[in-house]
Design a protein around this ligand. Structure first.
Ligand code: FO1
Length: 320
């Protein structure tokens, strides 16, 4: 599965439980990584690491459950602008990763070492070993992704999205082979602009996914017909709306499906949005309807089963 943070992670946990953790490979976006306090922070890798280890804070969707924020509080007392909240125990992950990187390991090697220490069997691959950033330009300022998303609260309008460093980046070892060898390739329910596109834009990745089109299923990150009540989800939806807007698109399931027409034969659409299924089908994709909001493990299991049924070619438009 290709993906980003919490949406991808929730489905990954369910997929790993269904097929066995050793049979799942995750190719994770690193274009919103950054250096902070001299530490390499990889939010999407961390979210998946903690999710698979059963340690993620479910309410926030990121960081470790039951973490404390004493260090960041003290930094604030000392007059530092602490807009990016690193938990005390979360810091251990960033310290260890940074030590491993400074010791000469590539990010992919440091990530598998972290995964081993967290007791994770699922293969967790960063999309690349190179440092890539996402720069968002507003009318009179440019920000890196975390600054825009966390510090500023994902404001609009965003005029331009640039993946800084992607020109010189290559896919991490194992990424292209994992896509070639998979029984099923899942484009996860992640932000198409900030999480999926940076992965696809790496040399060879888009072509490799396209070559597997009949075995590729994309899961919608957008549920248009259900009101969002959860604060974190609302924040992520606002960011997606702005970033889709930067691409000249409204944030709708059919627009996301259209981005993946050449890549994925099947699109998993939320059953609440069934009315747009025919629009997607007219574009040449099979639509599978499912409950895509993974609000609890039971719903995750059902979505994972629906996604996995796509391997068996059960492409029927039924609620999963
Ligand atoms: N998200 C926030 O909304 N506020 C934070 O202070 C914050 C800190 C943070 C620290 C470590 C980490 O791994 C993730 C963190 N996130 C935080 C989540 C992150 O900003 C985004 O959810 C992802 O980058 C988008 O996928």
């Amino acid at each position: 599965m290709l993906g980003g943070g919490v949406g991808c992670s929730r489905l990954a946990v369910a997929l790993a439980a269904e097929i066995g953790p050793g049979r799942l490979t995750l190719i994770i976006n690193t274009a919103d990584d950054m250096w902070r306090y001299g530490l390499r922070i990889c939010p999407d890798l961390d979210t998946n690491l903690y999710g698979l280890a059963g340690l993620r804070d479910e309410a926030r969707g990121w960081g470790l459950a039951d973490d404390t924020f004493l260090t960041i509080d003290q930094l604030r007392r000392l007059g530092h602008d602490t807009w990016f909240h690193l938990g005390d125990r979360d810091l251990a992950t960033h310290i260890l990763r940074t030590e491993l990187l400074k010791g000469g390991l590539a990010l992919s090697e440091a990530t598998s070492e972290l995964a081993r220490r967290f007791g994770i069997e699922t293969r967790l691959l960063p999309m690349t070993d190179s440092e890539v950033g996402t720069l968002l330009t507003m009318s009179d300022s440019t920000h890196n992704f975390q600054e825009w998303f966390v510090r500023l609260g994902a404001p609009g309008p965003v005029r331009q999205v640039v993946y800084d460093g992607l020109d010189h980046a290559v896919a991490a070892p194992g990424v292209l082979d994992a896509i070639a060898d998979a029984d099923l390739v899942v484009v996860g329910p992640s932000n198409p602009v900030s999480s999926i596109e940076p992965i696809l834009a790496l040399p060879g990745v888009r072509d490799r996914v396209m070559s597997r089109r009949s075995s590729v299923v994309a899961v919608t990150p957008v549920v248009g017909s259900v009101e969002i009540t959860e604060q974190g989800e609302a924040h992520r939806a606002r960011a997606r709306r702005e970033l889709m807007g930067a691409w000249g698109l409204t944030d709708s399931p059919s627009n996301v499906a259209a981005l993946y027409t050449d890549l994925a034969a099947t699109f998993v659409l939320d059953a609440a949005d069934a009315s747009v299924a025919s629009v997607i089908e007219a574009n040449g994709q099979s639509v599978v309807l499912a409950d895509t909001i993974v609000a609890n493990p039971g719903r995750g299991r059902r979505l994972a089963q629906t996604v996995l049924a796509c391997t068996a070619g059960q492409h029927q438009r039924t609620a999963g």
